[in-house]
Design a protein. Structure first.
Length: 206
């Protein structure tokens, strides 16, 4: 497989992205990839993510219970709403909550504290750089109350956590790009019919 860079450019690292305002003083980890497909063709792969759903397109043994992430678009997984949960692992009810979205443009996921405030956010932003070419920028942000996964000590926030995230994030981005650049599905979701229009989906960027 040809190596695909997921390194964000300087302007992508410094620019404000949807979801940043939810944790204004958070640490950020930003990656990006160019995909030879339109935003419209990348979006369905994002909206169906989640363990026990389409998977995370990363290392399935780690984050999808060993089940392969889907290689096709599942119509039954295309309709999302604010507050929906993308499970972190199969068979669990905890996971990333949909905090905001605009079809074909951005999806903001977050891990919430018991109080309902986000401990971290995970934003997937699609920019169409030219016809049939999209730039997918992904930013993870952790607030002051963020705690490392797997009961790791707090000092790993600046060491092991970024390394692990980078490994998993690269696999995910390459997996999304490979799927979106394949044979395009004949089926297309009707977001307007599903009530997910461009002007009604986000509660975080007004």
């Amino acid at each position: 497989m040809i190596y695909r860079s997921v390194r964000a450019r300087g302007d992508e690292l410094s620019r404000s992205l949807p979801g940043d305002e939810l944790l204004p003083t958070a640490r950020s980890l930003t990656h990006a990839i160019t995909i030879r497909a339109s935003r419209h063709d990348v979006w369905p792969w994002l909206v169906q993510m989640g363990a026990g759903r389409a998977g995370w397109y990363s290392y399935d043994r780690i984050d999808n219970g060993g089940q392969p992430s889907l290689e096709y678009i599942a119509p039954e997984l295309q309709h999302i709403a604010l507050g929906d949960v993308f499970p972190a692992m199969p068979g669990v009810t905890e996971g990333f909550v949909v905090l905001g979205y605009e079809a074909d443009r951005f999806l903001i996921l977050g891990w919430l504290a018991p109080t309902g405030t986000p401990l971290m956010t995970w934003s997937f932003v699609l920019n169409e750089t030219e016809p049939q070419s999209a730039r997918l920028i992904v930013r993870a942000r952790g607030g002051d109350d963020y705690r490392p996964p797997f009961d790791l000590p707090q000092w790993t926030v600046n060491t092991l956590v970024p390394l692990g995230h980078a490994i998993m994030q690269r696999k995910q981005l390459v997996g999304i790009a490979r799927r979106a650049e394949g044979e395009l599905p004949a089926w297309r979701p009707s977001f307007a019919a599903a009530g997910a229009g461009r002007d009604a989906a986000c509660n975080c960027c007004a």
